[in-house]
Every structure is written in structure tokens, then in C-alpha cells.
Design a protein around this ligand. Sequence first.
Ligand SMILES: C[S@@+](CC[C@H](N)C(=O)[O-])C[C@H]1O[C@@H](n2cnc3c(N)ncnc32)[C@H](O)[C@@H]1O
Length: 276
Amino acid sequence: MASTLVYGIRCHSCKQVQYVCRFITTSQKKHKGTVKNLKGKSPGAKKWLTNQLKDPYVKRAKLENWRCRSAFKLLEIDEKHKILKPGNVVIDCGAAPGSWCQVAAIKVNATEKDPSQPTGIVIGVDLLHIEPLDNVSFFPNSDFTNKDVQQSILGSLGGKKVHVVLSDMAPRASDARQLDHELSVELCASVLRFSVGVLKHGGHLLCKLWMGPEQNKLHAALDKMFTNVKVVKPPASRTSSSEIYFLAKNFKGVPSDKIKSVENARPENSNKNDIG
Ligand SMILES: C[S@@+](CC[C@H](N)C(=O)[O-])C[C@H]1O[C@@H](n2cnc3c(N)ncnc32)[C@H](O)[C@@H]1O
């Protein structure tokens, strides 16, 4: 006898939920599933779904109850570079569906699992709806680059400074690599401007970028503001993906000759083209 398991996967490119069918026999042997609803999808979306089915991280995420495989990227980066600590205040930009927030909530003890450690705060923001998560505050359906949204996030902190800003934000992918890169740079620039205004001295920024020619400019801007800037690509980040992460550690403030940029960097004066 066979039973059918149907589950949904949210496509990274088109953001729609695709349904996957798996047939499970009584002997628990799984036969290769088929992806439904591919009609009319771009070649990129089809490729993404096929990769999802084969991906061991997707399977592990389901088994370990992470909202998506991205959890492993943050787990791997944090394991190696130790950025999240109990008691930290963390802002996660581009948080949906919420796996980085799950990881951050555990690492900063927002879950209060360890009463001997300080309790942290995790705030997530995304353009999309996000299912509620215990011990995490969300700003769903919100564009992080919007200065009113940034002000609301700041308001919710009640004057507390932030230890870590995370950004896994990605623009909606198109087939135009250069355009995607430029949109990704704009998202990073917005995160950087915001971070300058909210980070504690010694705080950290982890920010995703789709690689391209503007990468060095962004790296140089980060170098001026953080003691230690690295480009990292955790094993869970697919080699076929052009994504990398800037890990900028130990925020040192902004040099005096950049005071004007600091003013521009404050969310209320957000200036799209100024990243330095
Ligand atoms: C790769 S997903 C993030 C996955 C997330 N780190 C997790 O682990 O669940 C990228 C997210 O960035 C969001 N995003 C892109 N542009 C945004 C913006 N301007 N403001 C807020 N979120 C944005 C997308 O909606 C998408 O959910």
C-alpha cells in the first residue's frame, strides 16, 4: 500500500508556493517525487525547484524544524565566526520565512532557555508575511529600505543599541545578472546606512550580496567602519549561487571626514546612492 505526502516549497525566485508530491510505500521507501505547477515558470524557477528536491540541506531543515535551509548558512557562519551571543540585540533584514530568526533567537537566548544567561532581543523585517515565532518581533509586509519602517524598528528598541545587524535580503531575481547585482548593492547600502545609526561600537554586520562589479566599493565602505571585514560563503550557500556574505566585525564608528555620510546614513536622511 502507498500513501501520498504533499508539501509546499516557497520558490526563491517567484515567491510562490509550489507543491511537491511524494509517494511513500508501507516499507517507507520513497520514490522520486514530481514537481507540480511548473507550467509557465521560468527556467530559473524550474531549476531552483529541482535543486530543492535533491538538496540535503532542505531535508535536514525539515527534520530539524528550521523554516528553510537558509538556517544552515547562519549556523555555519556563526559556528566559525562567533557573532551571536546571549543577551545580544539583533535585527534581521529580509527575515521571511524566519529561519535566521529561529537561529538568532536560540543563540542570543531570546527564548530564555538558559536562565543563567542574559536574554536577547530579535527583530525581523520582510516585504512578505512572516508566520509568528515565539520570542521574536516581526515587521512583516514591510520594505526595510523605507525610512518609516526603519523608524518603527528603532522605536521598538526604545533607545537600545544593536549588537548585530543581519541581512539575507535579496531582490526578486531576474535573468539580468547585472541588474540583480545593482539591486542587491542597493539593499546592502540601505543596510549599511541603517547599521551606522544603530550599531553599538564593537557590533557586527552580516550582509548578503549578489556578486558583481560594485562589490569592491561596498567592501571599501565597510573597511572604513569596521575593524575586520571578510567575504564569507558558508558551505550551505550553493556554489552555483552568486551570493556571498560580507561579515563586518567590530563597528568602530565613522571617521570624522565621513561625518556628512553619517548624517546621510541615518534612516530619516536615507540617501540611496551614498554607501561610503
Ligand atoms: C533569502 S530570503 C531570506 C531568508 C531568511 N534569512 C530565512 O532564513 O528565513 C530573502 C528575503 O529578503 C526579502 N526582501 C527583499 N527585499 C526586501 C526589502 N526591501 N525589505 C524587506 N525584505 C526584503 C524577501 O522578501 C525575502 O523574503
